[in-house]
Design a protein around this ligand. Structure first.
Ligand code: DAH
Length: 361
């Protein structure tokens, strides 16, 4: 009796397992045929009521069948897990994709690219120069000799000069250092982009128009409008008859394009050693257009930076004959323009690395 039942269960299990199509189905069959509440386990419980001989015989059979069914189940599970299920693999191309987070250019880089695009569209070339600069190109050639008070306007990060740092000093070396210092060859981090004026003119003949955007350094404490590291872009236009009118026109064009509205400009007398005459340069307020508001402190104008007609001493230092050419130049802060355009109140945000700030651009 019991033997027959066991054989029947075995046959049913063989067929069922054979026909199973998924791993879940097999797991279900495992419970059905070998689980605690299965018929099979029920039979094993009845063994206690039969004669010792039958118990032995049926017990052995039951064990063999159990192992056989279990082996079969395991085999089937393995096979199903490794077969390719086309239905499950179907791709629904209409399901909305997971949005990938992408990085983007830093706001300062975006602004610099914008500036470069506007100027190249006006026929300007982009020039470049070193951030680690010698005293000659950063100061002397720009008509700022060592004892010139204007040097104090730009607190400087001085770097150890190669000659004095790396050599054991002798009297001759000292004399050599002295002459190198006279030639302005001490090394520093450039305090403005005006060094590029000299670098460019040393290797190019007028006429030309360039801008030179880049990073600059000042040895000073920071606050919401000052950083030790920031960016300027220099402009330099040189030819036979460049005048202040050309400067005003180019500047007016640039700022109108940059702020995407009509910008008026105003120049006020100022002083820079490398220009004569020199100006402070203002634009009509980008918020109120000149009527007066909180952004311009009711002045109607916003200060932008310094500009002027290139001092003939600068041309001479760069190797041009005196009074042969005329040109205009300016140096404006890139952060300042970005802050005006996007109404940013603290210059330190640019280098803060704060993603809450960066992600807004
Ligand atoms: N180099 C000056 C500064 O950093 C800015 C400047 C003023 C540049 C007048 C110029 C200029 O080219 O003509 O403060």
């Amino acid at each position: 009796m019991l033997k027959e039942k066991i054989e029947k269960i075995k046959e049913a299990a063989l067929v069922a397992v054979e026909n199973a199509k998924t791993v879940e189905e097999v797991l279900q069959l495992e419970i059905q045929f070998l689980g605690r509440k299965s018929e099979f386990v029920g039979i094993l419980r009845q063994l206690k009521d039969v004669s010792p001989e039958e118990k032995k015989e049926v017990g052995q059979l039951a064990n063999a069948v159990k192992v056989e069914i279990q082996t079969l189940l395991d085999q089937k599970k393995k096979n199903l897990a490794s077969t390719f299920d086309a239905a499950a693999e179907k791709i629904d191309v209409t399901v909305p994709a997971v949005k990938l987070r992408r990085g983007h250019l830093h706001p300062l880089t975006q602004i610099q690219n914008e500036i470069e695009d506007i100027f190249t569209s006006m026929g300007f070339e982009i020039a470049d120069g070193p951030e680690v600069e010698d005293e000659f190109h950063n100061f002397d050639a720009l008509n700022m000799p060592k004892d010139h008070p204007a040097r104090d306007m730009q607190d400087t990060f001085w770097l150890r000069s190669q000659t004095s740092a790396d050599k054991t000093q002798t009297k001759a070396d000292n004399r050599q250092n002295d002459t190198e210092e006279k030639k302005g060859e001490r090394i520093l981090l450039r305090t403005h982009t005006s060094n590029v004026q000299i670098r460019y003119m040393e290797t190019h003949e007028p006429p030309f128009r360039i801008i030179a955007p880049g990073r600059i350094y000042r040895n000073e404490a920071g606050d919401s409008t000052h950083e030790h590291t920031f960016h300027q872009f220099e402009a330099l236009v040189v030819g036979d008859d460049i005048n202040v009118g050309n400067f005003k026109f180019v500047a007016q064009q640039f700022f109108s394009k940059f702020f995407k509205k009509d910008i008026q400009i105003r120049i006020r007398p100022s002083f820079f050693p490398f220009t004569e005459p020199s100006f402070e340069f203002d634009i009509s307020c980008t918020v109120c257009g000149g009527k007066g508001c909180s952004a311009c402190k009711n002045a109607g104008w916003l200060e932008i930076g310094g500009a002027g007609m290139v001092n003939q001493n600068v041309f001479v230092a760069a190797g041009y004959p005196r009074n042969k050419y005329q040109g205009f130049a300016w140096g404006f802060g890139v952060e300042r323009l970005a802050m005006m355009k996007y109404k940013i109140s603290d210059i330190r945000l640019f280098h803060s690395g704060d993603l809450r700030f960066i992600k807004q651009f």
